[in-house]
Structures are given as structure tokens and as C-alpha cells.
Design a protein around this ligand. Structure first.
Ligand SMILES: Cc1ncc(COP(=O)(O)O)c(C=O)c1O
Length: 434
């Protein structure tokens, strides 16, 4: 690094430190966000350094992040994308590739998922002409059980795609066994669950593919960003092709002829020797991210353990502080799991002498941010009600989630003082409604 760059980065470090001064917590005045990015001076320096080097497209930092993150997630391959939603789109689209032969999903095939979820866990199923089969979730864990999924398997069911809800793993060992027994492909949406474990194994290592989001609300951030991970090299190749315009070639930008036969292919009805860089074997997209994002991802990754442990301890403090309060269903970790929590989810008892709206309004009036459990029951949304789908059983709990559930934050930017204020506010509200 040149002396001049070192001087600029030193100044950036000082700028960061100055910008952090005077950030005290005033209960009821300071916003307690439900989620947010925690960015330190290393993050700011990494971004500026990448900008100084004009790393405006995907390149060496992206590749470095992909291999570090794959190692961390215990998968052989990671492919960066521009969002978690794009990662989900790639994961589902990959299942339709001709490279999967007989296992390839065809229009009208079914994918089992949960009704109470984030829309872009489900949308790629529809976008690929497949049919989502909705099952209900349990209250407390907010995941579907393997038993519910087993009941939903029909003659056209080919895959299972579901998220570890708010970081709480679904029964991943059982789900993977079910998938194996019925020759189904399992995709884990781990967008909210980096660092969570089930049966001592990291969430994201049970399925054929897993996806992650790096939006600021998530365990690691790149601003916008996401990732598809797999240990299946055929799926990895398909994901890369779909992400990169559908091309057949796998050379990195700036590379040529890594296969040593760039001008030696004959595919489709193209003339023999047509440049492999421009042969397209999938109907692809461009869902790549940039090195600016990867630069931030790399410094964030160094802090992942600390982030996960702060999330766990914030969750525990809330759980212990609220234990025993009437009218609220408190969250429960799925048995045999150790969640790296995304949020702290609460369901107001439908028979309570107050409504979710009243409790949420009270908390928001104290600057305690709240969020819904995403879409609630997706089948009640205008877009999804009209779209093809099948429902297995009833969606009674998903309806309760839609009408009575919300969550508050546990992200690492929250302090113990803030958590204690959240606890005392909820306790005070319930106390005034006894
Ligand atoms: C479970 C889940 N899946 C997918 C996504 C989409 O991620 P992104 O916002 O990066 O597109 C989110 C976003 O919060 C999510 O919570």
C-alpha cells in the first residue's frame, strides 16, 4: 500500500471514530431498531480502500469472500449474488437445469414450503412455473415440522424449500432424511440463520443448496448482497451459469481458456469452435454483486462469531426478562438447536384483553421498533391468492401469525440497557391490562 493510501485510510479511521461520539441511549427517545448493520472502522476502511482501487465489479475480493464464506459455512462452493432474493431465485432455478437429467424439475412440479414466510422464499417457485405447496407452522418455533411436510408430499412433489424462521432452525436432520427417502431436493433458506446449528451441525449444511442474505438486517452485511452455497459441484456450476447470463464458460472475469479448449466446443447448432465465453447453455440472469460489497463482507466475516454471540445473549436476556408474563407466547428454540437469532418473536394470545396493534403502538411510541413475521399467511396476499398453489391441512397457525404475531430486535447493535427497557416496557404494558 502506498504511503498516500495509508494516509487516506488513517484519516478514514479517525473520521469513523469522530462520527461515533455522543451516541448515548435515552429511553423512549433513542430509536431501538429491530435490526440494522453494525459497522466499525475496519468496515469503513475496507469500503474506502476498495473504492480507491476502483473495485467496481466482481473480481478478486468476491472470489476471496466466496472461498472464505464457503469454508465458514462448511460447503464446498459459495456464489455471491446481489441479494438473498436473487440467491433464492438461483437456487430454485437451478433445479430446472437440463444438467440434472431425470431429477430436473418441470413446470407443474410441486415444492413444499411454509405459508408464513418471506415472499421471496416462495416467489422463485412460482417464477419457475412450479407450484408451492403450503404447510402450516408451529407457534413458538414458527417452523413447519417434518411431520407436516411428510403429509404434504404428493405424486408431483419434487423439492422442499423453507427458511429457518428468524434464525430458529427447522428440524433439519428429519427434513433431510425425509427428502432423501422421497428423492426430494432440499433447499434451506438460511438468510436469517447464519451461525445457527441443529444437532450440532450448522444450518445450511443439511440441504442440497442453501441461501444467505447480506442486507443490513442480517447477520453479516454487504449493504445489498446474498449467496448461494452448495457442496454439489453440478449444482454449483448451474448456479454460476444462471447467475452469469446463462453462459456455459466458467472463466472468471479477466481469465480466458481455463478449460484449454475455448475455441474447441461445438454446442447447439453453433459453428464448431464458437467462442465458449459466448455460448449460453441456460436461460440465465445477471445477479452478480461487486467487489465493493465483498470488501465489506470480508471485514464483517471477521466479526461473525461476536455478532452471533451478541444475538444469542440479547435474545436470552429478553427471554428471561419476559418469562412468565401472561397473554404472550414467547419464542422457543426448536429442540436440539442452537439458534443464532434474527429477532425475538411474540404472539399475543387472541383472548388477551389487548390487541397486537395496541401493544405494538405502545412499543413504537417508546421508539421500540417492531416488525411483522414477514408476510404472515402468504395465501392471504393479493399476489399469492391468485397464483397457483396447493394447501395441505389448514393454515390456522399461519393465520394467528398474520393477526397476532410481531417481533422485536436482538441484533448486535442493541445494548443491555436497551434490552432492559424493552422488557420493562412490555411488562408495564401487560401490567396495565391485568
Ligand atoms: C428468510 C428470508 N429469505 C429471503 C430474504 C431476502 O433477502 P434480500 O432482502 O437480501 O433479498 C429475506 C430478507 O429479509 C429473508 O428474511
Amino acid at each position: 500500500m502506498s504511503e498516500r493510501v495509508a494516509r487516506i485510510l488513517d484519516e478514514v479511521r479517525k473520521y469513523h471514530q469522530d462520527s461515533q461520539e455522543g451516541r448515548g441511549f435515552i429511553p423512549g427517545v433513542t430509536e431501538i431498531w429491530p435490526s440494522g448493520a453494525v459497522l466499525d472502522e475496519d468496515d469503513r476502511v475496507a469500503l474506502v480502500q476498495a473504492a480507491l482501487e476502483m473495485r467496481i465489479a466482481a473480481g478478486k475480493l468476491s472470489r476471496k469472500f466466496e472461498s472464505a464464506f464457503a469454508r465458514r459455512m462448511k460447503r464446498r462452493k459459495a456464489h455471491l449474488t446481489n441479494s438473498g432474493s436473487s440467491a433464492n431465485l438461483l437456487a430454485i432455478s437451478a433445479l430446472t437445469s437440463h444438467l440434472l437429467g431425470e431429477r430436473r424439475l418441470r413446470p407443474g412440479d410441486e415444492v413444499i414450503t411454509v405459508a408464513a414466510s418471506f415472499p421471496t422464499t416462495v416467489n422463485p417457485i412460482l417464477q419457475n412455473g412450479l407450484v408451492p405447496v403450503y404447510v402450516d407452522v408451529e407457534l413458538g418455533t414458527y417452523n413447519a415440522t417434518a411431520e407436516r411436510v411428510a403429509e404434504a408430499i404428493g405424486p408431483r412433489t419434487r423439492a422442499i424449500m423453507m427458511a429457518h424462521t428468524l434464525g430458529n432452525p427447522f428440524e433439519a436432520t428429519e427434513m433431510a432424511r425425509l427428502a432423501q427417502d422421497h428423492d426430494l431436493i432440499l433447499i434451506e433458506d438460511s438468510c436469517d440463520a447464519v451461525g445457527s446449528t441443529y444437532d450440532g451441525r450448522p444450518a445450511g449444511t443439511f440441504g442440497d443448496l442453501t441461501t444467505v442474505s447480506f442486507y443490513p438486517a442480517h447477520h453479516l452485511t454487504m449493504g445489498e448482497g446474498g449467496c448461494v452455497l452448495t457442496s454439489n459441484l453440478v449444482l454449483a456450476r448451474i448456479v454460476e451459469s444462471l447467475r452469469d447470463w446463462g453462459r456455459d464458460c466458467w472463466c472468471e472475469p479477466g481469465e480466458s481458456d481455463t478449460c484449454r479448449k475455448r475455441f474447441g466446443y461445438q454446442m447447439g447448432t453453433l459453428p464448431a469452435g464458437y467462442d465458449h465465453k459466448y455460448i449460453f447453455s441456460h436461460i440465465g440472469y445477471n445477479l452478480k454483486s461487486t467487489d465493493l460489497q465483498a470488501a465489506l463482507g470480508l471485514t464483517q466475516l471477521d466479526k461473525l462469531d461476536a455478532f452471533c454471540s451478541a444475538r444469542r445473549s440479547n435474545w436470552r436476556r429478553l427471554r428471561e426478562g419476559l418469562d412468565g408474563l401472561p397473554w404472550l407466547t414467547l419464542p422457543e428454540a426448536t429442540p436440539r438447536s442452537d439458534p443464532s437469532w434474527f429477532g425475538f418473536v411474540l404472539t399475543v394470545d387472541p383472548r388477551a384483553p389487548f390487541s397486537r396493534a395496541e401493544l405494538v403502538d405502545f412499543l413504537e411510541s417508546r421508539k421500540i421498533g417492531t416488525r411483522r413475521l414477514f408476510a404472515g399467511n402468504l395465501t392471504r396476499h393479493p399476489a399469492h391468492a391468485e397464483a397457483p398453489h396447493r394447501v395441505c391441512g389448514d393454515l390456522a397457525n399461519s393465520d394467528i401469525v398474520t393477526e397476532h404475531t410481531f417481533w422485536v430486535g436482538v441484533y448486535p447493535g442493541l445494548t443491555e440497557e436497551m434490552i432492559d427497557f424493552m422488557v420493562s416496557s412490555i411488562t408495564e404494558f401487560i401490567g396495565s391490562h391485568r
